[in-house]
Design a protein around this ligand. Structure first.
Ligand code: SF4
Ligand code: SF4
Length: 440
C-alpha cells in the first residue's frame, strides 16, 4: 500500500486545528514541505512537547511527506526562543542536506499557513489560493508524527493537547479521542474555580465550550479552563446582535483593523474597516465587500489588538461567511493581486507577549510546562465529524465488541473525508448519525 493510501486508511487529518484530510493534501506535488512547529497561539505547548519528546517521529513523517509529494526541500519553522528544541532539531537533521530550519520571532500569527509560507520562503499565496499554488505544502508537527505512526499501521486514536488555565496541574495530555473534556480536566487534577468555562483551541481562535461532557476530537489543540467572568469568556460570549449594535455606535473608521490585518498585509483584498462601514447600513453591502469576508482567517488580531473601540471585525466576517454558506452562496474570489505589502507585514509583527497582556492571560502562562498525562477512560463518545468534509458512515452496530484501533466509521462513497477508529477496547453501546459510543 502506498503512503497516501495508508494515511487515508489510518484516518490522519490536519492536527493544527482545521482537520483537512491529510491524504487529500498530500495529493499535491510541491517543491518545499514546511513543517510547522511555530505554535503561535499563547498558552499552547503541546507542539513543543511533541518536538522535544517525539522529534524523531516528526522528522521521519516529514521525510515520508517529502517523498510522497516529490519535494526537493524540507524546512522546519520553529520559534527562535525555544533554544533547546532548535539545538535538538539541528542535531536531528544534521547530514540531511535537503532539510533545514527557519527560525521565527515570537509573533502572532506566525503559524498561519499563508504567513508562514511568506516568512519562510518569501513567496506570497494569492488570495483564495492554497500554499501548493506556490510550490509549498505546510504540515503541523503533530500531523507529521501521525503520518509516521500511520506508516507503522497505527491509526489516529489519540490527541496531544494542552490543558491549562485555572487547573490544578496544567499539562500536556495524551487524550483518547472521544473522552470527555471533564475527563481531561480530572486527569489534570481538576479545575480550581467554580463553574469553569473552557476555551477549546487557543485563546485567539478557540471557541467557548460550556458542556464539559463534550468529547475530545482529532482537531482539539487545547483546553483553556477559565472562570466564567474572565475577560476572554465575556469577549467570546458577545452575541452577534450586540456586536453589530456596538459597531454601528462606535466604529470611527480609523482603519487600524485593516492596517494590522495579516491577510491585507499579504496583499489580499480584505479591508475589515470597509466591512464594518458597510454593516452600519444594515448588512446591505456591495458583493465584493461581502466576498472579501471569505479572505478572513479569523486570526482575531483586529478584535484583540487593533481596534481602539473594542469592536470585532472578526465576528462580523464570521457571521457573513456563515450566512452566505448556509444560503449555498459560493464566492467568486479573484486570484489576482495588486501587489503585496510584505514589508509592512514584517514591520507590523505583533509580539505574543502583547497579546497575552491584552487577553489578561499572562498569569496562566507556563513556558516550562513539562508534565504529561496519559489517559485511560472507560467510555468514549467518538464524533463522526471531526474533520473537513462530510461525516463518516458508521460500520459498527450496537453490541459489537471492538478493540482499540478498529474501524468505527468510513468515508462516504464518492466523497472525501476521514476514517474514524476506536480509541479504547470495549463494547459499542450507541450508534447514530453523529456519534459512536464505546464502553470499556
Ligand atoms: S480576523 Fe481580523 S485581522 Fe485576522 S484576518 Fe480576519 S480581518 Fe484580518
Ligand atoms: S479598528 Fe475598530 S474603530 Fe477602527 S475601523 Fe476597525 S472596527 Fe472601526
Amino acid at each position: 500500500m502506498d503512503l497516501i493510501e495508508t494515511i487515508k486508511q489510518m484516518g490522519v487529518v490536519g492536527a493544527g486545528g482545521a482537520g483537512f484530510p491529510t491524504y487529500v493534501k498530500l495529493g499535491n506535488q510541491v517543491e518545499i514541505v514546511i513543517a510547522n512547529g511555530t505554535e503561535c497561539e499563547p498558552l499552547l505547548f503541546h507542539d513543543k512537547y511533541i518536538l522535544e519528546f517525539h522529534g524523531e517521529d516528526v522528522v521521519r513523517g516529514w521525510e515520508l511527506v517529502l517523498q510522497a509529494t516529490g519535494a526537493k526541500k524540507g524546512i522546519i519553522a520553529l520559534k527562535k526562543k525555544h533554544t533547546p528544541i532548535v539545538h535538538q532539531m539541528e542535531s536531528m537533521i544534521e547530514g540531511r542536506k535537503n532539510l533545514s530550519l527557519a527560525l521565527l520571532d515570537d509573533f502572532y500569527p506566525a503559524g498561519d499557513e499563508q504567513i508562514l509560507v511568506n516568512m519562510v520562503t518569501g513567496r506570497v499565496v494569492s488570495q483564495g489560493q492554497l500554499p501548493p499554488t506556490v510550490g509549498c505544502l505546510v504540515s503541523n508537527v503533530e500531523t507529521l508524527r501521525n503520518i509516521y505512526l500511520a506508516s507503522l499501521g497505527k491509526p489516529v486514536t489519540r490527541r496531544t493537547l494542552t490543558c491549562i488555565g485555572e487547573i490544578k496541574n496544567p499539562s500536556v495530555v495524551n487524550a483518547r479521542i472521544g473522552m470527555s473534556i471533564q475527563g481531561v480536566i480530572d486527569v489534570c487534577g481538576g479545575a480550581k474555580v467554580e463553574d469553569p468555562v473552557v476555551i477549546v483551541g487557543g485563546p485567539m481562535m478557540g471557541s467557548i465550550e460550556r458542556d464539559l461532557n463534550a468529547p475530545v476530537t482529532k482537531t482539539m489543540t487545547g483546553l483553556i479552563v477559565l472562570p466564567p467572568h474572565h475577560f476572554l469568556i465575556q469577549k467570546k460570549s458577545m452575541s452577534m446582535s450586540w456586536v453589530v449594535k456596538q459597531s454601528k455606535a462606535a466604529c470611527c473608521q480609523c482603519t487600524y483593523c485593516t492596517e494590522l490585518c495579516p491577510r491585507y498585509l499579504l496583499g489580499h483584498e480584505l479591508y475589515p474597516h470597509k466591512i464594518m462601514r458597510s454593516i452600519n447600513f444594515g448588512l446591505d453591502v456591495p458583493p465584493e465587500v461581502v466576498e472579501s469576508a471569505f479572505l478572513c482567517s479569523e486570526c482575531g488580531l483586529c478584535e484583540v489588538f487593533a481596534c481602539p473601540m473594542d469592536l470585532s471585525p472578526r465576528m462580523v466576517n464570521h457571521a457573513i461567511k456563515t450566512s452566505l454558506i448556509e444560503s449555498n452562496y459560493r464566492p467568486q474570489l479573484s486570484v489576482k493581486r495588486k501587489g503585496n505589502r510584505v514589508n509592512d507585514l514584517i514591520n507590523r509583527k505583533i509580539p505574543v507577549s502583547r497579546i497575552k497582556e491584552r487577553l489578561q492571560i499572562r498569569q496562566y502562562d507556563q513556558p516550562d510546562l513539562t508534565s504529561v498525562f496519559e489517559t485511560n477512560p472507560t467510555r468514549v463518545e467518538v464524533l463522526l465529524q471531526q474533520h473537513l468534509g462530510p461525516p463518516s458512515i458508521p460500520v459498527v452496530k450496537v453490541g459489537d465488541q471492538v478493540t482499540e484501533g478498529a474501524l468505527l466509521a468510513d468515508i462516504p462513497p464518492g466523497s472525501w473525508g476521514a476514517k474514524i477508529h476506536a480509541s479504547i477496547t470495549g463494547q459499542v453501546t450507541l450508534v447514530n448519525q453523529e456519534r459512536v459510543i464505546i464502553t470499556g
